[in-house]
Design a protein around this ligand. Structure first.
Ligand code: CDP
Ligand code: CDP
Length: 231
């Protein structure tokens, strides 16, 4: 069967990674969580003291970029591939609110984006990939055969993310999660380099009132139609 490239972009906590992973599993495609790469660079900056006291040293981070090596690896027991930062599995460490608070400012740095976009494009060379993020349909794979843009109300998204973090055992407040989502939405949509935008040929889905199953079936139908050339 013909393999295509599927780009899923949208706001934080709209369900992009959940649906992208389900779709990749169903189609036998590779799933790539591009946000995990920006989060891993942010974690590196925190670990190296490049971020401290609410401040980060842009020049030092740029100089350190050649020392940052990211890879996705999957073991049979894991539900999805984990991201490795310089040989260490950091899949769990990159999901906390502290990383979330710095990741969007770090993702505005042009040199960071150049490095990560090049790696993402390499991963998609053979098609058969579902990648989610903010600039996948606009910058990483502008020729992707299927582009989805996901949205939902900020309150609904914050509620979803809050529940996820509480289930992980994180000690957090709903209002802090909501504030972080709103701040990231703002930075991600207003930055100069590759702002979050719906590509002109993307199909928009508002899933405020959709459960995971509805959302998966909607996206799967679009993928099947596009692979078969019906749309
Ligand atoms: O899952 P969540 O929506 O919280 O975020 P994520 O996909 O893990 O992405 C974290 C942050 O990385 C985003 O808020 C963006 O600032 C940045 N990002 C980006 O700039 N470009 C991408 N392709 C993916 C993520
Ligand atoms: O990747 P992104 O940040 O867009 O979102 P996600 O990590 O896939 O989803 C964030 C949380 O919202 C997860 O816990 C999903 O299970 C949940 N979710 C949901 O309950 N209903 C939806 N329609 C979409 C996501």
């Amino acid at each position: 069967m013909k393999k295509i490239t599927i780009a899923i972009d949208g706001y934080s906590s709209t369900g992009k990674s959940t649906v992208a992973k389900q779709l990749a599993d169903y189609l036998g495609y590779v799933y790539v969580d591009s946000g995990a790469m920006y989060r891993a660079v942010t974690l590196y900056a925190m670990q190296q003291g490049i971020i401290s006291d609410n401040h980060f040293d842009v020049e030092k981070l740029k100089e350190s970029l050649p020392s940052i090596h990211l890879r996705f690896l999957k073991e049979a027991a894991w539900n999805k591939a984990h991201i490795f930062l310089n040989g260490k599995d950091v899949e769990d460490k990159i999901r906390n609110l502290e990383v979330s608070e710095f990741v969007s400012p770090i993702a505005t740095i042009h040199e960071v984006r150049v490095k990560l976009v090049a790696q993402q494009q390499k991963m998609g060379l053979e098609k058969g990939v579902v990648m989610d993020g903010r600039d996948i349909g606009t910058v990483v794979f502008p020729n992707a055969e299927l582009k989805i843009f996901m949205n939902a109300s900020a309150k609904e998204r914050a509620q979803r993310r809050y529940q996820e973090l509480v289930a992980r055992g994180d000690d957090i407040q709903f209002n802090d999660v909501l504030k972080n989502i709103e701040e990231r939405d703002y930075i991600d949509t207003t930055r100069d380099d590759s702002p979050l935008r719906k590509a002109s040929d993307a199909i928009e889905i508002d899933n405020s009132d959709m459960n995971l199953e509805d959302q998966f079936h909607t996206v799967l139908q679009l993928a099947k139609d596009r692979i078969a050339g019906r749309i």
